[in-house]
Design a binder for this molecule. Structure first.
Ligand code: NAD
Ligand code: UDP
Length: 310
């Protein structure tokens, strides 16, 4: 099987490349290195089944592949808000280009969509049937609305052109190779703690998230791609924590002496988020296996090696 992984040099994409190669597939990794890095796939450079292409998905491209894992898009609020229009182009034009490619090749295409399409949810936990509560003109809208449009495109190419689609709604995912400058809560807290700095909790830290370890995420993604269900399917860990609880956990694991400081809550920050994974459980036989403490320990070890060289 010859796979195109767009955004393959990113955090999740690089783990997906590893797993596809491990099972004997070929991987064409496509990335413009906007938030990803060559170092994430440096260990694969000499693998006979691996190829790296520098390309921006906003531009069309012609390739020969059997399957497309379409992950290219900045994912953290800091990065997707830094150039909101680029984010919209990547999500909308990039997805159209990949769908046109899938249509021409008769290739199956999976998109990495997001729990952000539920916005600041009024239903809890979130099932795939929930349509969401999204501000169309706020600072998160460039990401939320363009991912919603990307899902619309997936389903319209499916209905209109018979493209074989898979739609995955990813909830907060963490693990080794997260970008240190992403501003995400897990990477921020770990880097701050390792550097002996106070942990920055936005607001009172009572907002919740459910954190999924990257290996579990990639397992879910591969099952969705290999299976018969087009989705959308939530892939995330239903264990929900407040941000304050996460800060306390990281402090316990790295340095309990450090203080927590409170900074203003960004606008439109969702107050709660927890996936209902009934569909993933029943249709894909998938559920997360890695507990937060274990996943955090592996992520802390990775950041310790990268930041402190030990
Ligand atoms: P990431 O930023 O590490 O990876 C995204 C990759 O896409 C990067 O390598 C980046 O350089 C590349 N990219 C961005 N714009 C591009 C463009 N125009 N052309 C080509 N490449 C481009 O983020 P990630 O966490 O690995 O996220 C991967 C996908 O999963 C994204 O689509 C994201 O929206 C989705 N997702 C992630 C999470 C999460 O918690 N990590 C949650 C929900 C959805
Ligand atoms: N957050 C925080 N401190 C930080 C970074 C983030 O308290 O240093 C909060 C943020 O306001 C949000 C939650 O942690 O409520 C998750 O943020 P992240 O950017 O990781 O993901 P998202 O908001 O996209 O779920």
């Amino acid at each position: 099987m010859r796979n195109l992984v767009t955004g393959g040099a990113g955090f999740i994409g690089s783990h997906l490349c590893d797993r596809l190669l491990e099972r004997g597939d070929e991987v064409l990794c496509l990335d413009n290195f906007y938030t990803g890095a060559r170092t994430n796939v440096a260990h694969l450079r000499d693998h006979p089944n691996f190829e790296l292409i520098r390309h921006d998905v906003i531009e069309p491209i012609s390739l020969e592949v059997d399957r497309i894992f379409h992950l290219a898009c900045p994912a953290s609020p800091v990065h997707y808000q830094a150039d909101a229009i680029q984010t919209i182009k990547t999500s909308v034009l990039g997805t159209m280009n990949m769908l046109d490619l899938a249509k021409r090749l008769k290739a199956r295409i999976l998109i990495a969509s997001t729990s952000e399409i539920y916005g600041d949810p009024l239903e809890h936990p979130q099932t795939e049937a929930y349509w969401g509560n999204v501000n169309p003109i706020g600072i998160r809208s460039c990401y939320d609305e363009s991912k919603r449009m990307a899902e619309t495109l997936m389903f319209d190419y499916h209905r209109q052109h018979g493209v074989d689609i898979r739609v995955m709604r990813i909830f907060n995912t963490y693990g080794p190779r997260m970008n240190e400058h992403d501003g995400r809560v897990v990477s921020n807290f770990i880097c701050q703690a390792l550097r002996g700095k106070p942990l920055t909790v936005y607001g009172e830290g009572q907002q919740t998230r459910s954190f999924c370890y990257v290996d579990d995420n990639v397992d879910g993604m591969m099952r969705l791609m290999d299976g018969e269900h087009i989705g959308p399917i939530n892939i995330g860990n239903p264990n929900e924590f407040t941000i304050l609880e996460l800060a306390q956990k990281v402090l316990e694991m790295v340095n309990p002496e450090l203080p927590i400081i409170n900074l203003p809550l960004p606008s439109d920050d969702p107050r709660q988020r927890q996936p209902d994974i009934t569909k993933a459980r029943t249709l894909l036989g998938w559920e997360p296996k890695v507990f937060l403490e274990e996943g955090l320990a592996r992520t802390i070890a990775d950041f310790r090696a990268r930041l402190l060289g030990k």
